[in-house]
Design a protein around this ligand. Structure first.
Ligand SMILES: C[S@@+](CC[C@H](N)C(=O)[O-])C[C@H]1O[C@@H](n2cnc3c(N)ncnc32)[C@H](O)[C@@H]1O
Length: 231
């Protein structure tokens, strides 16, 4: 059993199966990039989330993980002194660059599950990404966030729990769903429906003090810092 107490009951049988699923997830988003805007958040209760981000004030040197088409890159850039935004899909990055590019913004094409930071940041932010991190990679993902932050640095994230019954491949407790592209083809991706209360507890077990706020269903946002108890 891991520190968070997560038992990945829906885990693909082996690491290769998980790698294939994560590759399929990237393939889905690469193909989805030109269609993605229609599903992006502002316009979908985005104001509440933008207000939450503004109150958080992501100042200083900011890292955005899984920036997608740059909807949140643009919002982060209003506050940040410098901004590094990473995503595995070059098609997403091309749209993000056109939207939010500028002297203070650096875009990197990288797979979050193998990427190593080349510096530390004041803030690490990610929107609609955590739910795509499989349970088996939850702890290592948060270790990466810790490695990206300077001491005392802060994290901010936004996510949702939206999944339709017909897309669940392993039932309600599972985390693999199928998504259809506009051409009718289907890909598997990870979509974990985190309960905010449980997520706070899981993060506390990893040494994070994070406060999660539910906004209009199915959205929530979280902010906090890595502050493990001593002793
Ligand atoms: C749901 S979208 C969120 C995009 C953006 N943050 C937003 O809120 O609009 C998920 C993003 O994760 C990216 N992604 C998927 N797997 C990834 C990986 N292994 N490493 C980096 N980015 C990945 C996708 O390309 C996609 O842009």
């Amino acid at each position: 059993m891991s520190a968070t107490g997560i038992r990945a009951i829906d885990a693909p049988a082996d690491e290769h199966a998980l790698e294939r699923l994560l590759a399929e997830q990237i393939a889905y988003y690469r193909a989805r990039a030109p269609e993605y805007e229609r599903y992006a958040i502002p316009g979908w209760h985005g104001d509440e989330l933008v207000s939450a981000l503004d109150c958080f004030r992501p100042a200083g040197h900011v890292l955005e993980l899984a920036c997608g088409t740059g909807v949140w890159t643009e919002q982060l850039a209003r506050h940040a002194r410098s901004l590094t935004a990473i995503d595995a899909a070059p098609e997403m990055l091309a749209i993000a660059r056109a939207r939010a590019g500028g002297e203070r913004v650096r875009f990197l094409e990288a797979d979050i599950f193998s990427w190593k930071p080349d510096r530390r940041y004041d803030v690490v932010a990610f929107a609609f990404w955590l739910s795509h991190v499989p349970p088996e990679r939850f702890e290592s993902f948060w270790r990466l966030v810790t490695a990206c932050l300077r001491p005392g640095g802060r994290v901010f994230f936004i996510d949702d729990t939206h999944r339709t019954p017909d897309e669940l491949l392993d039932g309600e407790s599972g985390s693999t769903v199928r998504r259809r592209l506009n051409d009718g083809s289907v890909r598997r991706i990870v979509k974990v429906a985190h309960s905010p209360e449980r997520l706070e507890r899981m993060l506390a077990k990893l040494g994070w003090q994070v406060r999660i706020t539910q906004t209009s269903e199915p959205f929530f946002w979280g902010e906090g810092r890595f502050a493990p108890a001593h002793g």
